[in-house]
Design a protein around this ligand. Structure first.
Ligand code: HEM
Length: 395
């Protein structure tokens, strides 16, 4: 999703090693303390680290715009009011928490099937479980036929694939690949829409085609863009929520027994994973005017990066922010954003997370990081996660 948004933006120098990317939080703490608002000339953007400042930026969509202009497509993520509200109202009708809740039995059976396919006492949690689960869920939700699933996953992977290195060449290669996948996906969804027009189904695409406000329907382009956004915004993030959560369980194994004994703590566990190891660590905006944040003056037109990964551990908002606590209440992390763009898929991500951990903890004990092989961070300036996470477990 936001990868495309900052395709030309390098990671910041302070975090540009694999070790830092696997654990950026000490660096983010230092930056929050030393330079809470600062300009980075390498990346030509401002970085903001404090909770209060991040919240203010995300709240003020007038001064801090999501618009990206030409090439951004017509996705709500990159719209400002009033267009954003109209579009969000429309898609929210098809994407209600109730509609999501009804997916529970399907998500459960997909999770169980994936784990049934694991026949040994070891797996890569990322590729065996955390990656396919959200892809299959979203494919079903949209109404993509089963036989297209492989192809669907390929497209979905390309949309979120990150460059192997930070060279211009690597970025160009990945951008070309992504554009091609995008074109194919547009054709694919346009085709499904044609079929649904002739024969409506009980799926999200049909619902989006029928939704209207004051007699106005979504255009074909808007529907297709929204479907593509769901893939790009919903899959890798949810994958990382699950993998990051398993990473927590292996780093703090005492949590496994606790959650097994009290499964009703799983939602609190998910919220704390979102805060502690957030799948998204940074969110971008553009200043529409000259504006003061802290003791810095940000010029009109500047890129502003809000580090939710730093805000989530701000000691002015969270007690013992570097401790993982199941009893953290309230837990006002900003991993799903804040304000008008607050993640539309949050109920789905939370539900998938809950079901994933219920399934894992029901089935396995002693989840541990496998001793063989090193783990690789995802190379990205806004996503926090690992490419692979091999584990062992007792069945
Ligand atoms: C927006 C995070 C899962 C769909 C956002 C934003 C964040 C976010 C931070 C706001 C971006 C901004 O303000 O610029 C996450 C995380 C997820 C997750 C951490 C998983 C743990 C999902 C899922 C879906 C989804 C599963 C749907 C299938 C969307 C959409 C928006 C959005 C449509 C745009 C909302 C708007 O602009 O009004 N997400 N997301 N997300 N997310 Fe998610």
């Amino acid at each position: 999703m936001m990868q495309e948004k900052y395709a030309n933006m390098l990671n910041m120098t302070e975090l540009a090693t694999p070790e830092k990317m696997l654990f950026p939080f000490d660096t983010l703490r230092r930056l929050r303390h030393e330079t809470p608002v600062r300009y980075d000339s390498n990346r030509n953007c401002w970085d903001v680290f404090r909770y209060e400042d991040v919240q203010r930026i995300l709240k003020d969509s007038k001064t801090f715009s999501s618009e990206r202009g030409a090439g951004a497509g017509s996705t709500i993520l990159f719209m400002d009011p009033p267009k954003h509200k109209q579009m969000r109202d429309l898609v929210s009708r098809a994407f209600t928490p109730k509609a999501i809740q009804e997916l529970t039995p399907r998500i459960q059976s997909i999770a169980e099937q994936l784990l049934d396919a694991v026949t040994e006492d070891a797996m890569d949690i990322t590729s065996d479980f955390a990656t396919p689960l959200p892809v299959i869920v979203i494919a079903e939700l949209l109404g993509a036929p089963k036989e297209d699933r492989e192809q669907f996953k390929r497209w979905s992977d390309i949309l979120v694939e990150s460059a192997d290195d930070l060279s211009d060449e690597a970025f160009r290669r990945i951008t070309d690949k992504r554009m091609k996948a995008m074109e194919e996906l547009y054709g694919y969804f346009r085709n499904i829409m044609g079929q649904r027009a002739a024969e409506p189904q009980d799926d999200l695409i049909t619902a989006l085609m029928n939704a209207e406000i004051e007699g106005e329907k979504l255009t074909e382009k808007e529907i297709v863009s929204f479907c593509v956004l769901l893939l790009a915004a919903g899959n890798e993030t949810t994958t990382n929520l699950i993998t990051n959560g398993v990473r927590v369980l292996t780093e703090m194994p005492e949590l496994q027994e606790r959650l097994f004994q009290s499964p009703d703590l799983i939602p609190a566990f998910i919220e704390e994973v979102l805060r502690y190891y957030p799948p998204i660590v940074a969110i971008g905006r553009k200043a529409t005017d000259q504006v003061q944040i802290g003791d810095q003056t940000i010029e009109k037109g500047a890129q502003v990066i809000s580090w939710v990964g730093a805000a989530n551990r701000d000691e002015s908002r969270f007690v013992e922010p570097d401790d993982f606590r199941l009893d953290r209440k309230p837990n006002p992390h900003m991993t799903f954003g804040f304000g008008i763009h607050f993640c539309l898929g949050a109920p789905l991500a939370r539900l998938e997370g809950k079901i994933a951990f219920q399934a894992l903890l029901n089935r396995y004990q002693n989840l541990a990081r496998a001793s063989s092989g090193s783990i690789q961070p995802i190379q990205s300036s806004f996503v926090f996660g690992v490419k692979n996470y091999p584990i062992t477990m007792h069945i």
